[in-house]
Design a protein around this ligand. Sequence first.
Ligand code: C5P
Length: 405
Amino acid sequence: MLSKKTVVLGVTGSIAAYKAVDLASKLTQEGATVEVAMTPAATEFVSPLTFRAITGRPVVTDMFDSDVEFSIEHVALAERADVVVVAPATADIIARMAAGMADDTVCCTVLATKAPVIVAPAMHAGMYQNAVTQDNIRRLKARGFHIAGPAHGRLASGGVGPGRFVEVEELLAAIRQVLGKSVGLAGRAVLVTAGGTQEPIDPVRFVGNHSSGKMGYAIAEAARDRGATVTLVAAPNSLPDPAGVKVVRVGRAVEMREAVLKAAVGKDALTMAAAVADYQPKVVSESKMKKGAMSLNLELVRTPDILAEVKGIPIKVGFAAESENLLVNARAKLKQKDLDLIVANDITLPGSGFGSDNDRVSLIDRRGKVEDLPLMSKREVAEKVLDRVETFLKQMRTPSRKRIG
Ligand code: C5P
């Protein structure tokens, strides 16, 4: 797994920096090329020479150092990385990464890289538990960073609490897992929908819903980061187009149907996170409707069920946002739309659902097996969904799997 991989190890100024030496050594023994970047504070704890001896590579400590081969091009490490591991990560570097700063080699590399980033926090428990640090970690998670640890235990500052650097073996496992993931959908084509459709009443008004598009966008970005070619059919939302994703913007459910049926050809998986209106006005007024009588009846007719209509795509994932009887309703949809997986979301839970950056969902598969996930960022939910998509795609290669539709 690690041979021929380049791991950029960003070491920052924590007493746990000495453990990063062990990590660098184990990574090197497993065949990885380990490029170490250190903040000035880290060099107070461990000498760059130690890392140089362990990795056999020059160590970058200063963006303007002319000794190392790639110092002029300060983003060279970022481009070379298959994974960037910031370990140990102090509260300070976490704050600077969350803010998008680039004032030392470590956060500069993190800002410039397209590779996945793993952050292993190590600090005093009070600093870790401080709301600002927690908020910064949440921001990093929401952007797709992987957070390893910290562990709970004895701290160098005295006392016991959360903030201990994660065990090196655990961090190695996280690195292997992320490297495996980063190519898990390579060569695959994934179609994702997002946002809430708008069904016009007249040129000014529409029937719509509260979907922000965040869940679908998180899935599109996560699939892209796993190497897939991604097409995103997006109903109206205020999010910018994700880089490296083909975006098709649509308005109404019937437009989404057309775009999805067209884009579905040749795709390996469809993940339908869009909130598609179930009804549309029967008649759309060509001019703005005037105020008149005290009441107005709007006749609505059903929209096409896109997900049920798409056939021949190997994997289909749907979403069910429900306010009651969550599992019963979700199971019924899974069957009716012939899905491999449905992501069931109780929209009455606080801090979860529409517009939120987080979600608490349950995953239900064809066999009816339910996995209840805790409250997590939408990006983390996206990773869980894609883990399943990857497994389904792998199983399809084995003859025992029977496909319907
Ligand atoms: O609206 P409903 O709760 O049935 O949505 C469940 C799933 O079906 C979602 O994944 C949604 O994107 C999809 N859907 C669809 N076409 C519709 C309505 C919903 O594809 N007309």
